[in-house]
Ligand binder design. Structure first.
Ligand code: LLP
Length: 417
């Protein structure tokens, strides 16, 4: 298990701060991210791609806190966005719009206008309708829209069905067998500049073969287009590698690049990648406190103050995430299901885990930095939790815990008749 938490003496620490200090100071539940771990993860992409012309566009959806984006922008990251909200976050964080790629299955004209106004690197277009709307919208504002078509290469990513995106039956992208024709249409459009091709076959991939297969399919298309006079400038292979949550063996970035190298030899296109999870997942944890310990039948339950609304992955994907006590000196005293207080049977964070705990103890869920806070909600009218970023010995509050006012912001009572 890779983790941003280390055990030193009898303390668990993130960078130089004991987890106990974080949770006592900031309250529970709370997300904590290691700035150094986020930076290191990004830098390992930079190192692995150094020998090629490249652009690493961090997938904002995995963790969109503006301090996380700021950290990555400072290191020169580009960004992969899927909404106008994500675009504004990137700009707020000091991100460079010319390094932004805009993914997403149905961008609206308003979203397109804003992206054209700030001058993004390219639109990853996912359908012919979107292409027509973009051409029209760009013409209205007198701009030329840079476009890459997101093709669906019909490759099985062999990951969880909910996060598999590159199969014919998935809603994403343009069927690769139609892509040549759509490129020809795009090349004829006055307000479109064809600049690249992209695909994203799925997330949490622990085998590089599907990425390589997808790239092979892309290159056949790129060469056919070049023969027809349509020259592309970049190849975007989509999201990054998976991470280790439990005991998955994840290939190294170097081995991924080594496998891509023979395919890309002699090619001049810029290589774009859109990693999210592999940059933020193992850099973050979710801290929580045991509220109630109870036994129903033969089952022991630890009811904690975090819930599926704070971390949806176990409930939605049956994802296994590691959970541990913040205190170190524990013998395993029982097998627990760690569950939240939300009124849903699916509200669990971990099942059948050996833990030694009492009510009031603190726990932390590992690898929670990606698709954690960003997928959180206010279900059961629970305020969203605080987020902190740890930088050496400093604890920066990067999102305050929501208040009751935040919960009902924008809501109105109606006039009584
Ligand atoms: N690019 C596109 C177009 C994407 O749709 C995604 C993720 C990425 C890049 C980043 O992929 P990554 O490097 O993170 O694998 N909520 C799910 C994951 C959903 C992924 C959606 N797309 C989870 O918690 O497992």
């Amino acid at each position: 298990m890779h983790s941003s938490v280390k055990t030193v003496g009898n303390q668990r620490i993130m960078e130089q701060v004991p987890l106990k200090t974080i949770v006592e100071q900031q309250g529970s539940p709370c997300y904590a991210y290691s700035k150094a771990a986020i930076s290191d993860n990004f830098l390992s992409y930079q190192r692995a791609l150094a020998s090629r012309d490249h652009l690493i566009c961090y997938a904002v959806k995995s963790n969109s806190n503006i301090a996380v984006l700021q950290t990555l922008a400072k290191l020169g990251a580009g960004f992969d966005i899927v909404s106008a909200g994500e675009l504004e976050r990137v700009l707020m964080a000091g991100g460079d719009p010319t390094k932004v790629v805009y993914s997403g299955v149905a961008k609206t004209a308003d979203e397109m206008r804003r992206a054209l106004e700030v001058g993004i690197h390219c639109f990853n277009v996912e359908s012919e309708s979107e292409l027509r709307l973009l051409n029209k919208t760009a013409a209205e504002v007198n701009k030329i829209a840079p476009v890459s078509l997101r093709v669906n290469p019909d490759v099985d990513a062999k990951t969880h069905p909910y996060i598999s995106t590159g199969l014919k039956e998935n809603k994403f992208g343009i069927d690769i067998s139609r892509a040549f024709d759509v490129y020809q249409q795009a090349a004829q459009m006055d307000s479109i500049a064809v600049v690249g091709v992209d695909c994203h076959i799925g997330s949490q991939l622990t085998d590089i073969t599907p990425f390589i297969d997808a790239m092979k399919h892309l290159l056949v298309l790129v060469d056919r287009l070049a023969d027809a006079g349509i020259k592309l400038h970049h190849l975007d292979i989509g999201g990054g590698l998976g991470v280790c949550y439990q005991n998955e063996v994840v290939p190294s970035l170097e081995s991924y690049m080594d496998a891509l190298a023979p395919l890309l030899e002699g090619r001049t296109e810029t290589l774009i990648m859109e990693p999210g999870r592999s940059i933020t997942a193992n850099a973050g944890i979710l801290l929580m406190q045991v509220q109630v310990i109870k036994k129903n039948g033969d089952k022991n339950f630890a009811v904690v103050d975090a819930a599926m609304n704070d971390m949806l992955r176990p409930a939605l994907y049956d994802a296994w995430m590691d959970i541990n006590t913040v205190a170190t000196e524990c013998e395993h005293n029982a097998i627990y299901d760690v569950v939240g207080p939300v009124c849903e049977t699916g509200d669990f964070l971990a099942k059948d885990r050996a833990l030694s705990i009492s009510e009031g103890d603190y726990l932390y869920l590992s690898s929670a930095g990606a698709y954690g806070f960003t997928m959180s909600s206010n279900y059961n009218s629970r305020p969203r939790v605080a987020e902190v970023m740890i930088d050496n010995e400093k604890i920066h509050l990067v999102r305050a815990r929501e208040t009751l006012e935040d919960l009902v912001r924008g809501e109105q009572l109606i006039e009584e008749s």
